[in-house]
Design a protein around this ligand. Structure first.
Ligand SMILES: Cc1cc2nc3c(=O)[nH]c(=O)nc-3n(C[C@H](O)[C@H](O)[C@H](O)COP(=O)(O)OP(=O)(O)OC[C@H]3O[C@@H](n4cnc5c(N)ncnc54)[C@H](O)[C@@H]3O)c2cc1C
Ligand code: FES
Length: 266
């Protein structure tokens, strides 16, 4: 049974707002909800709206969220400053599995590299050897390379236009490493087409993987049905699924549903 506070927004003060890349900022909040890597929270701006965001870290005292400014809600959030107060509820969803004594590859696109850094640091404490592949359209959209390097992960970056790191997609170095090294497990968070390609490469290489799905969400804990993906509710049954399970979902990599339930193709 969850605590009631899981469903009710609590007040959180913004402690800092730092730029991560061209359109993404890190919001540090003065509250911990005990989130594990892969879980998400709903952020509420009173009299405005509420939206889900993955937890980029939760150290038992503070919560960090890496947020891209892409539309109405995030533009409003970007007007908030240090000492402003917002609402937060959660954490929701399952979490990535924290492995022990394994050689792991993390594959992140967009803001996905932030929750993967949280995961990598947690697995590293269990003796895992961590490589992270971070992809972006251009160097302006790369983020978290420095934090991952400081955590002593092996860091490989790719950009579609070659403006930083290897030119191309994250699947290039992933395919190479799966062929040349003994990789035990792969975990990925980012655009769904990218995660589909990662899951397919892992299947070919016979390496287990986990993906973190995103769907349009409202309640965040399994009552409104908004986030369905085939027979699954992503907020309740995920967001983390095994690659095998994700590949068996008819919607995975093909379409998601908008706020009125309409199909939107990737
Ligand atoms: C589990 C989960 C974790 C997420 N983690 C992050 C994160 O760490 N950082 C981050 O920047 N974004 C994250 N998002 C996406 C974030 O919730 C949306 O980008 C944000 O709600 C956009 O709102 P907007 O009004 O600014 O933009 P809009 O113009 O309304 O939408 C822009 C895009 O965001 C999607 N979106 C809008 N509302 C929702 C919603 N209620 N649920 C899901 N998607 C929505 C739209 O489909 C559209 O593709 C996450 C989404 C989910 C479901
Ligand atoms: S968001 Fe309501 S059921 Fe998932």
């Amino acid at each position: 049974m969850r605590e009631m506070t899981t469903y009710i927004p609590q007040s959180a003060k913004i402690l800092s707002v730092e730029e991560l890349n061209k359109n993404t900022k890190m919001f540090t909040l003065d509250i911990s909800l005990g989130a594990k890597p892969g879980q998400f929270v709903n952020i509420w701006i009173p009299h405005f709206d509420e939206k889900p965001f993955s937890v980029a870290s939760d150290d038992g005292k503070q919560t960090k969220l890496a947020i891209a400014n892409v539309g109405r809600f995030t533009a409003e959030l970007f007007t908030k400053k240090c000492d402003d107060t917002i609402g937060i509820r959660g954490p929701y969803g399952n979490s990535f599995s924290v492995r022990a004594d394994e050689k792991i590859i993390l594959v992140g696109g967009g803001f996905g590299s932030a929750p993967l850094h949280f995961l990598g640091e947690t697995s590293q404490k269990n003796g895992c050897d961590i490589t992270i592949i971070i992809g972006a359209r251009t160097k302006d959209f790369l983020m978290y390379e420095e934090e991952c390097a400081e955590s002593e992960f092996r860091v490989i970056t790719t950009t579609n236009d070659g403006s930083a790191g290897e030119e191309g997609f994250v699947t290039g170095p992933l395919e190479r490493l799966l062929k040349t090294e003994n990789i035990d497990f792969v975990q990925t968070c980012g655009p769904e087409k990218m995660m589909e390609a990662v899951a397919l490469l892992c299947k070919q290489a016979n390496v287990l993987c986990e993906v973190s799905l995103e769907r349009y969400m409202k309640c965040g804990f399994g009552i409104c049905g908004q986030c369905s993906c085939g027979s699954k509710l992503v907020c309740r049954d995920g967001c983390v699924f095994s690659g095998e399970e994700a590949l068996s979902l008819p919607d995975f990599g093909k379409f998601h549903r908008g706020p009125e339930g309409q199909k939107e193709y990737f």
